[in-house]
Ligand binder design. Structure first.
Ligand SMILES: [Zn+2]
Length: 420
């Protein structure tokens, strides 16, 4: 393998490529002109900032040595949902556990991701770029994404340019107007001025209508925070965007054997200590007893362990968990009135079955359980399509909404009552 001869690299659908691996590929290829990552399993939306940072460092280095800058494009892992029994196609996350409004989270994240990419000289939003295509595939309300992106760019330009010499009142008024564009576009339909004012100036908060996230430090309107989190102090207040990144990068989920795959990828690059491909295959480096590089062998063993667990371990656990659940169901039918101990055990068994199926990648985790259901929070394509179709039906006179009735939200009824 001679990475120092590479000019253009397209990394598509790789299972064990992580940020360390990406950095090593770039560092090994001084003549590389462009690199594009497309739908690699471990490189989801949560990895965007780290990848941009890697490219920014590389380009700083290249500029210092007067070498042509590296072009970068990124199509994060897109979560389509399982083939059978899909609960929803969310794109940015694999499951909806009822905790996170993904549309607001993606917009909040873009408010820091886009300025970061721009400062590194990376254009992610130009039509035709993979990142833009990925955003186009997310279930934003029909035809609203271009306006949201436009408003994000204008807010960035405003904050880092024209607003600096303005009086605070003028600056606040103009900024509110820019934010109104994003809020209306996320809503998907027009909103009354009174509703907008209510959103932008919540009564229970101080006069400062922009709240700062303690992680990304972005000043955001309160709708980008969960209501209980918005009331916290500035040291513990975290925005929807950072919650989404924590969810994607955290250890709380194991969809499609994610934990073991992350471990195998980290093993290959020795958690970032191996910095280049040449170093990985260095004949004078650490070798296994068969003469192969130690980390390559260990990564292969980790990969074998994943295959074994998926073929034998997980199916066996699933059968056991299902048997336990069926047994509890039988007891539930004959239980004494007023006892909720079995309901609790049934809940735990159902959660366990969901987790095992998610690890196998054949099912998503539902919001809540049968006994304790939780309302969906993430935006899915199925919801969007239903909303769009009922709007079309209503406009053509095929559906009359004389409501408001729960569960029927169309363009016309949404105008009457805003979602927030
Ligand atoms: Zn944040």
């Amino acid at each position: 393998m001679k990475p120092n001869l590479l000019r253009h690299v397209f990394l598509q659908g790789l299972m064990f490529l992580d940020v360390h691996g990406f950095r090593a590929i770039i560092k090994s290829s001084p003549t590389l002109r462009s690199v594009s990552i497309h739908n690699c399993e471990l490189l989801h939306f949560g990895a965007t900032k780290e990848l941009i940072e890697v490219v920014r460092c590389e380009n700083e280095d290249r500029n210092a040595h007067q070498i042509q800058e590296l072009e970068f494009d990124f199509y994060p892992r897109y979560y389509q949902g399982p083939l059978h029994g899909s609960l929803g196609c969310y794109g940015v996350v694999w499951s909806d556990e009822g905790f996170l409004d993904t549309t607001r989270a993606v917009v909040a994240a873009l408010l820091t991701v886009i300025p970061l990419a721009r400062s590194a000289g990376i254009d992610l939003l130009r039509p035709g770029k993979s990142f833009r295509l990925w955003l186009d595939k997310l279930p934003f309300k029909h035809r609203t994404l271009p306006y949201i992106l436009d408003a994000i760019l204008r807010i960035d330009d405003f904050l880092h340019g024209s607003s600096r010499a303005m009086a605070p009142t003028t600056r606040d008024t103009l900024l509110m107007t820019l934010w109104a564009d994003i809020i209306i576009m996320m809503n998907g339909v027009s909103m009354s001025e009174a509703t907008l004012v209510k959103i932008q100036t919540p009564k229970d908060l101080s006069s400062n209508w922009l709240l700062t996230c303690c992680v990304c430090l972005a000043p955001l309107p309160s709708i980008f925070f969960r209501s209980d989190i918005a009331a916290r102090d500035s040291d513990t207040r975290i925005c929807h965007g950072c919650q989404l990144f924590a969810y994607l990068n955290g250890e709380g989920h194991n969809y499609n054997s994610l934990h073991m795959k992350r471990h195998a990828a980290s093993t290959l690059w020795d958690h970032g200590k191996i910095e280049t491909v040449q170093q990985l295959f260095d004949p004078n480096g650490e070798l296994y007893e068969n003469g192969e590089p130690r980390f390559v062998v260990e990564a292969r063993l980790a990969s074998d362990a994943i295959a074994r667990r998926r073929a034998y371990g997980i199916p066996r656990e699933l059968v056991q968990a299902q048997e336990e659940f069926d047994e509890l169901k039988k007891q539930d039918r004959t239980r004494a009135f007023g006892s909720n101990e079995i309901t609790k055990l049934l809940d735990q068994a159902e959660t366990r079955i969901q987790a095992i199926k998610a690890e196998l990648g054949v099912a998503q985790i539902a919001p809540g359980t049968e006994a304790q259901p939780r309302a969906p929070a993430a935006t899915s394509w199925q919801d969007n399509i239903r909303w769009y179709m009922s709007t079309v039906d209503e406009e053509r006179g095929r559906l009359k909404v004389v409501g408001p009735y729960a569960g029927v939200v169309t363009k016309a009824s949404a105008v009457k009552s805003a979602f927030w």
